[in-house]
Write a protein that binds this ligand. Structure first.
Ligand SMILES: CC(C)(COP(=O)(O)OP(=O)(O)OC[C@H]1O[C@@H](n2cnc3c(N)ncnc32)[C@H](O)[C@@H]1OP(=O)(O)O)[C@@H](O)C(=O)NCCC(=O)NCCS
Length: 228
């Protein structure tokens, strides 16, 4: 990318969601086991319609979640259109999230295969445990949770990730609360640069018997104290 590209952060509009979901799919590919099972068939047209409508439903349902896009425009080029290159979802979580997947999602529709559904259900319980504890420890003030972050591979290392993360850490500082994230190893350096430290080096997923051959997510739980 040319150095004339500038990154701006803006709110995602409903009409942006298909493009945003495509970024999620192309960024994570099949490298991130949690994303892969959470958004089934995300690289097919059916999976993209389903994934983008789930994000849209989430955006409409959660008043405490902010859906952000990183856009790039070429300075001085008035003909170029802003282009979405990344996205983030930050939630100021004040209540403990649903502990059961079936209370958070339409499980039969999203995971019609019973084994996929059982596997995702087992992952979910362990996935939400650290963030639930952080909410419990917050004495009712809540925590800012970075729920989703992706910058398209063609636009990485231009500062979009840092800008999307900093939006939430600033908001957390203003509210005087912690920020937390279940981070991928790929995101670790960025989070550390933004003031997060590792609280759990490798989140544990006790999925039990019967899922041999399934890929287990490798996630780090990172926490950032609010700036004084
Ligand atoms: C992690 C991710 C969001 C970073 O986005 P980005 O726009 O490239 O990040 P930035 O350009 O703002 O980078 C900020 C800093 O993070 C660190 N960083 C980012 N990507 C890095 C990489 N691949 N290797 C080492 N450090 C990296 C660097 O310190 C970088 O600063 P620098 O470029 O001045 O050295 C992006 O690589 C991504 O989407 N990865 C795949 C999806 C994913 O894992 N998302 C996180 C889920 S929790």
């Amino acid at each position: 990318m040319s150095s004339t590209n500038r990154i701006d952060i803006a709110l995602i509009e409903d009409g942006d969601m298909p493009a945003c979901f495509k970024i999620v799919s192309e960024t994570f590919g099949h490298d991130a086991p949690f994303v892969d099972i959470y958004f089934p068939n995300h690289d097919t047209s059916y999976g993209q319609v389903q994934g983008s409508s789930r994000l849209l439903a989430w955006k409409h349902a959660s008043r405490d979640s902010v859906f952000l896009k990183a856009v790039t425009s070429v300075d001085g080029d008035r003909t170029s259109k802003d282009h979405i290159v990344g996205l983030a979802v930050w939630t100021h979580m004040k209540a403990i999230p649903p502990q059961k997947l079936e209370d958070a999602e339409n499980v039969e529709e999203i995971w019609p295969d019973m084994n996929d559904r059982k596997f995702m259900t087992a992952l979910w319980e362990d996935y939400v445990r650290p963030r639930s504890q952080a909410v419990r420890d917050s004495n009712g003030n809540g925590v800012y949770v970075l729920e989703l972050l992706a910058v398209h591979p063609r636009y990485q290392r231009l500062g979009a990730g840092a800008a999307l993360v900093s939006w939430g850490t600033r908001a957390a500082d203003e509210a005087g609360v912690k920020a937390v994230v279940e981070g991928t190893p790929a995101g670790r350096r960025l989070y550390e640069k933004c003031g997060f430290s590792t609280e759990i080096e490798e989140m544990s997923f006790n999925i039990g018997e019967g899922f041999a051959g399934r890929r287990i997510p490798k996630l780090i739980f990172l926490v950032r104290e609010p700036a004084l």
